[in-house]
Write a protein that binds this ligand. Structure first.
Ligand code: F6R
Length: 610
């Protein structure tokens, strides 16, 4: 999604803006631009394509040095990626960058046209610039004009705004889109997220909705509607700049997969007390889990797939029925929510627009909400009744990996906690599961990571294919959904995931000579069933790669073309290991195809628009 940055200080703004934009690249973008605030004039350069292209254009433009400016990476929503549609956009005295969507832009544009405004781009953002300029002309006051424009807009926004006659000042306001501000030795920043400023400071502000941020060389200020100074608490990142660097790995995605054992330990250990789950510090009151009669787990993409794992854990251990819901559907389909229901929102970023809307819907219906989120202080985390943070550290690659694994781990722990509170699981069994989550699971993943090159060699046999199928049963079926998504999004190989027993009810018609199928076998009790499905597809010509536990491979003859043995005890360690193995498979397949693994086409890291 779009990234915004703004700087005002005592040193030249341009290099800092470009560094900030590079740090935000991971969010996904197709164009970039900057505007520098000079004395009574604003100079804008923008371009379709990568930041390198923008930099070339900037060299040629040779702008006068400036100490204040704004920058943007655009992920196209309204209008194709083009120089004209790139941000910043200017109308009258106003130049701005925007992350979000102005839903009623057509009606606003019509109104503004009657007041003499002309529009040159296809974007909703240009309408936002004109609207702010319209009110600025009336009031001459930046804050009034921003509040008035915000009142007229239906939709989401984080705006960073320069007013031509106020050099050195940047104003910002947000609704449903992320925004942070920070004051550093060099000057003050606004940005879409803290990654853009972590090089300069670990302290930052996360302004709430309904206040205006003003930055200048002197510092950061916040104002409410009455023009009074408002408070905003300082937050601190607990990771250093090196966590957001590749540190010798070819890609962020690979680095983040390799961080999984540590991320799981770090996430689970602080939630154990005497070897049993204890969420008392994160989410007081959650201990009474036995009162919930039904749980809805809501998220998007990979987070929703972690929800599928959560459903298996919660239903198996705690015997509480769970529905897993795609957030974008949940919000519109009037779900049945009852007083004893709990809605769990899963999100790495905590800023996904659909997940945030689903949370608001659940709250409006008066049911209890729990967020499981990776980004501290993010919107979902703040608005939910309770929050459990996954402690995976920053996830930079667009494709989510370690965040998925820690979400699954926290859901397994939550399931044990619920089971204990319902007396559905004997304590020694609960203790064994917890022990496995902090030891056997991360240890098994670490052993798997040491065999990354072997998975790469196997992936080489499948990089030329156009379509691929994943099959598994039980927990493996849930793991396959995520394996398939990972492969699609970064390698562009079309794939589908099927419960192995379901394939014969239609999709098997697509299995012909040489069609690749990946089979997962981590559930000992279902091993023979999956082997039958493997036989069925092989007898129709499929080429089968099987990821199976050592135990399954020892006790059964698996009729596959390629076999990877998972060196992990069956149960949770094998399941987590299989998840990581599929992530590595997707990674190597994409890298072998020479693709931009960390920035797959069309995708954005944090999907802050509907
Ligand atoms: C896929 C991926 C996405 C996200 C989804 C939700 O690799 O990363 O499917 O999982 O957009 O994002 P969060 O978890 O930030 O709400």
């Amino acid at each position: 999604m779009c990234g915004i940055i703004g700087f005002s200080g005592a040193t030249p703004a341009l290099p800092l803006l470009l560094d900030g934009l590079r740090a935000l690249e991971y969010r996904g973008y197709d164009s970039a631009g900057v505007a520098l605030s000079g004395d009574g004039a604003t100079f804008t350069v923008k371009s379709r394509g990568r930041i390198d292209t923008l930099e070339e254009k900037l060299k040629a433009a040779d702008l006068p040095p400036a100490l204040c400016g704004i920058g943007h990476t655009r992920w196209a929503t309204h209008g194709e990626p083009s120089d004209l549609n790139s941000h910043p956009h200017t109308a009258g005295a106003v130049t701005l960058v925007h992350n979000g969507i102005i839903e009623n832009y057509a009606a606003l544009a019509h109104r503004l046209t009657l007041s003499g405004y002309k529009f040159h781009s296809e974007t909703d953002t240009e309408v936002g610039a004109a609207l702010i300029d319209f009110y600025y002309r009336l009031s001459g006051d930046p804050q009034n004009s921003l509040f008035a424009a915000a009142d007229d807009i239906r939709g989401s926004f984080a705006f960073g705004v320069l007013f031509e006659d106020r050099p050195g000042e940047i104003y910002a306001i947000r609704r449903d889109s992320p925004l942070i501000a920070a004051h550093t030795e060099k000057g003050s920043f606004i940005a879409s997220d803290v990654t853009a400023v972590i090089e300069h400071t670990s302290e930052y502000f996360r302004p709430r909705e309904g206040i205006i941020v003003k930055i200048s060389a002197g510092g950061v200020e916040f104002f409410d509607r009455e023009g009074q100074k408002a408070d905003c608490e300082t937050e601190r990142v607990d990771w250093s700049v090196s966590r957001a660097q590749r540190s010798g790995y070819a890609h962020f995605m690979l680095k983040e997969i390799f961080e999984e054992p540590e991320a799981i330990r770090k996430t689970v250990s602080p939630r154990l007390s005497g070897g049993l789950p204890d969420f008392g510090k994160d989410a007081p009151g959650l201990a009474e889990l036995s009162r919930f009669r039904r749980i809805h787990i809501v998220g998007c993409g990979t987070a929703m797939h972690a929800g599928l794992m959560g459903k298996i854990f919660i239903e198996k251990f705690a015997r509480i029925p769970v529905c897993v819901e795609i957030a974008s559907e949940f919000r519109y389909r009037d779900p049945i929510l009852e007083p004893h229901d709990l809605v769990i929102l899963l999100s790495q970023s905590g800023e996904t627009a659909d997940t945030l809307a689903a949370l608001r819907h659940a709250k409006s219906r008066g049911v209890a909400t729990l967020a499981i989120v990776n980004v501290i202080g993010s919107s979902v985390a703040r608005e939910a009744d309770r929050v459990i943070y996954t402690l995976a550290g920053p996830e930079i690659a667009v494709a989510s990996t370690k965040a998925y694994s820690v979400q699954c781990a926290i859901l397994a722990l939550f399931a044990v906690s619920a089971a204990l509170s319902k007396k559905a699981l004997p304590e020694p069994t609960a203790r064994r599961i917890c022990e496995s989550l902090v030891n056997a699971v991360p240890d098994s993943i670490a052993r798997l990571l040491a065999k990354s090159e072997r998975i790469c060699a196997l992936a080489r046999n499948y990089t030329d294919c156009e379509d691929l199928f994943f099959i598994g049963r039980g927990i493996d079926s849930a793991l396959c959904t995520e394996g398939s998504l990972k492969l699609k999004e970064i390698s562009y190989i079309h794939s589908e995931a099927y419960p192995a027993g379901e394939l014969k009810h239609g999709t098997i018609s697509l299995i012909t000579d040489g069609v690749p199928v990946i089979a997962l076998i981590t559930e000992t009790s279902l091993c023979e069933k999956v082997i039958s499905a493997v036989r069925e597809v092989r007898s129709r010509g499929a080429r089968v790669l099987c990821f199976a536990t050592r135990e399954a491979a020892r006790d059964h003859t698996i009729p596959c073309d390629d076999l990877f043995e998972l060196d992990a005890p069956s149960g949770l360690p094998a399941a987590f290991c299989a998840a990581t193995a599929l992530q590595l498979f997707a990674y190597h397949a994409a890298a072998l195809r020479g693709l931009d693994v960390d920035k797959p086409r069309n995708l954005a890291k944090s999907v802050t628009v509907e």
